[in-house]
Design a protein around this ligand. Structure first.
Ligand SMILES: Nc1ncnc2c1ncn2[C@@H]1O[C@H](COP(=O)(O)OP(=O)(O)O)[C@@H](O)[C@H]1O
Ligand SMILES: [Mg+2]
Length: 242
């Protein structure tokens, strides 16, 4: 049975889709992975994976059983597939059963969730799902990460893990006014830290369907996160150099 990951956040725009794209590409170097864009009406992963022109079907066609995954999935590379977001409401009724079936076909499934706490959506996700909560270095997204973590525990999921995105170490105006350091974020979110991704302007390239260079620091952070997810002991680098 494959692993199921869900990338979530309370606050929007914290980098869930960007992280999902790099994570999926990283995993696909060694194992099969299918990404499900669950951001109903607002999906962006078809563009980010540069396969939007090939899109005909979306995840609802599979949940409704009018198309098979083989027919509907967009091939990004031989190991990486995407089910595009529905153009209207996600069909929550068949989602649970669909995800269970999918976990026997792919070694990894990544769910890119919309922001917010949609309890009906969370209830349609099987309990073996591993949640990765993304937040940024600001009080509001950290508070929202805490609330997401609480809800996931209440719903009996495994202990969720935290990803701090757009991290800025230097005491710039922005990091001063946002004012939270890594210790505060871990304490206030009450989540176990999985990794830290730096602020990196090249991340915008992902929205153009482009790849990041191998030595891109954000990409390297996601590579370390992936290694940790697969059981490797990869220490955090010096936070001044992330
Ligand atoms: N580490 C980063 N450094 C700089 N910009 C980032 C980073 N991560 C994400 N972004 C930018 O933040 C915006 C929102 O990202 P996105 O992945 O769409 O977030 P979400 O899926 O949570 O709404 C995009 O403009 C993206 O390029
Ligand atoms: Mg998104």
């Amino acid at each position: 049975m494959g692993r199921l990951f869900a990338v979530v956040s309370g606050k929007g725009g914290v980098g869930k889709s960007s992280f999902s794209v790099i994570l999926a590409r990283q995993i696909s170097l060694t194992e099969s992975v299918i990404v499900l864009d669950l951001d109903e009406r607002l999906g962006s992963l078809d563009t980010m994976f540069n396969v939007a022109d090939n899109k005909v079907f979306n995840i609802n066609d599979c949940i409704n059983k009018t198309k098979s995954v083989n027919e509907a999935a967009l091939k990004v590379n031989p190991n990486l597939f995407l089910l595009a977001a529905p153009a209207d409401e996600l069909n929550l009724n068949g989602l649970y059963e669909f995800l269970l079936g999918l976990s026997f076909k792919y070694q990894n499934i990544i769910l890119d969730l919309p922001a917010g706490l949609n309890v009906n959506l969370l209830k349609a996700i099987p309990s073996f799902c591993e949640f990765l909560v993304v937040c940024q270095q600001d009080g509001i997204s950290v508070k929202d990460a805490f609330l997401v973590g609480e809800k996931l525990r209440e719903l009996d999921f495994f202990e969720p893990r935290l990803i701090i995105n757009r991290y800025v170490y230097k005491r710039s105006f922005r990091s001063k006014i946002l004012g939270v350091n890594i210790d505060n974020i871990i304490d206030s979110s009450a989540l176990r830290l999985l990794g830290i991704i730096p602020e990196n302007e090249e991340m915008a390239l992902l929205f153009l369907g482009k790849h990041l260079k191998r030595n891109n620091k954000a990409k390297q952070s996601v590579k370390r996160i992936t290694e940790r997810l697969y059981g490797k002991n990869v220490p955090l680098p010096n936070i001044k150099k992330i």
